[in-house]
Design a protein around this ligand. Structure first.
Ligand SMILES: [Zn+2]
Length: 299
C-alpha cells in the first residue's frame, strides 16, 4: 500500500508534466475509478476538459492537483492511489495498459502533448474533482474538502510539534494506534510505525498517557528520520517515464530494522524480532529493546 514516501515519488514525478499543462482529453475507461467523484462521469469529463493544472500537492498519502483558474469555486483533481494505483506518464500513441482506468491527454507548454494514465489493478483507488477549502490551521492554504480532516504529516513545514505532542499525550490509546490515526498525524503507515518505534525503543502497545514528553519527542524525531530515509531512497529509484507505486518495490526494504524481520536478529541486541497480530496486520518489535514501560508515580 503506497504511503507518504511512495506518494511523494508520484507527486515529484507528476509535477513537471502536470504543472501548467492543459487537459485536452479525458477518457474514463472504468467508471468504478470515479466512485469518489460527486457526480456522473460526464460531469468529471466536462469539468476537467479544458482545465489548466496547477502544481501537485500532498498531505500524508493524499495527492491532488489544483485546477488553475477554474470558472467558479476552487477545485482540485484528487488522486487516491488506494492499494495498487499508479500514475504513468506516457507519450501520446503509446499502448494503453489493460488495467488503465482513466486516461488524461494533456499539453504542457514546454514538454508538449503527454498522456497521464491512471492504472489501478484492484480499483481501490480513484480520481475525483473536489472543492478546495481553507485549511483549518492555515486559512490561506487550500485543501480538498475530502482531505480537510486529515492531520498534517511530520514532514509538512507547518506541522506543529508542540500541538501534536500535547494531543498525543492526552489521548487514551496506545502508541502505535495513535501513530496510525490520520486525524492526529498523517503519513505514517504500518511499516514506518514499526521502524520508528524500534528506533525509539518504544513498545507498540505502550499506553500514550504513560509516555514521557521527552520519549514522545524522541519518537517523533525517529518518525521524521525513517520517513526522510524512505523519501531519499524513493527519490533514487524514480523513473520519469514510469511512476510506479506498486506497494512493495518502492519501500526501502534493505534498510528495514524490524518490519518484516520476524525471527531475524534485532540489529541492536541480537534477540529475534517478534511479530504479533495488530489491527488485522502485524507489529514487529524487539522484545528486549522495546518493552512496555510503566512510569513510577514519582515521575
Ligand atoms: Zn533489540
Amino acid at each position: 500500500m503506497p504511503e507518504l514516501p511512495e506518494v511523494e515519488v508520484v507527486r515529484l514525478g507528476l509535477a513537471p508534466a502536470a504543472t501548467g499543462a492543459r487537459v485536452d482529453a479525458v477518457e474514463v475507461r472504468d467508471e468504478r475509478s470515479l466512485r469518489r467523484h460527486p457526480g456522473p462521469a460526464e460531469d468529471f469529463v466536462t469539468r476537467l476538459r479544458g482545465a489548466r493544472l496547477g502544481s501537485p500537492e500532498r498531505r500524508g498519502k493524499y495527492l491532488w492537483v489544483p485546477l488553475a483558474d477554474p470558472a467558479g469555486a476552487p477545485v482540485a483533481l484528487v488522486i487516491h492511489l488506494g492499494m495498487s494505483g499508479q500514475v504513468l506518464l506516457r507519450t501520446p500513441g503509446s499502448p494503453v495498459d489493460r488495467l488503465t482506468r482513466i486516461v488524461l491527454g494533456v499539453t504542457h507548454p514546454d514538454a508538449g502533448p503527454l498522456r497521464v494514465d491512471f492504472v489501478d489493478q484492484r480499483i481501490f483507488g480513484s480520481m475525483a474533482l473536489d472543492d478546495l477549502v481553507p485549511a483549518v490551521d492555515a486559512p490561506a492554504q487550500l485543501i480538498p474538502s475530502s482531505v480537510a480532516h486529515i492531520a498534517r504529516d511530520p514532514v509538512d513545514p507547518l506541522f506543529d510539534d508542540r500541538r501534536f505532542l500535547a494531543r498525543l499525550l492526552r489521548k487514551d490509546t496506545t502508541i502505535k494506534r495513535a501513530l496510525l490515526d490520520q486525524t492526529l498525524v498523517s503519513g505514517i503507515g504500518n511499516i514506518y510505525a514499526d521502524e520508528a518505534l524500534w528506533a525509539a525503543r518504544v513498545h507498540y502497545d505502550q499506553p500514550t498517557r504513560s509516555l514521557s514528553r521527552p520519549r514522545a519527542s524522541a519518537l517523533l524525531a525517529e518518525v521524521r528520520l525513517v520517513l526522510g530515509r524512505a523519501l531519499a531512497e524513493g527519490g533514487t529509484s524514480f523513473d520519469a517515464q514510469y511512476l510506479n507505486v506498486n506497494g512493495e518495490s518502492g519501500y526501502f526494504a534493505h534498510s528495514l530494522k524490524a518490519y518484516g524481520r520476524a525471527g531475524l536478529p534485532c540489529p541492536r541486541c541480537g534477540r529475534p524480532i517478534v511479530r504479533e497480530s495488530f489491527m488485522n496486520r502485524g507489529s514487529h518489535f524487539c522484545p528486549r529493546c522495546q518493552r512496555v514501560r510503566v512510569r513510577s508515580t514519582a515521575a
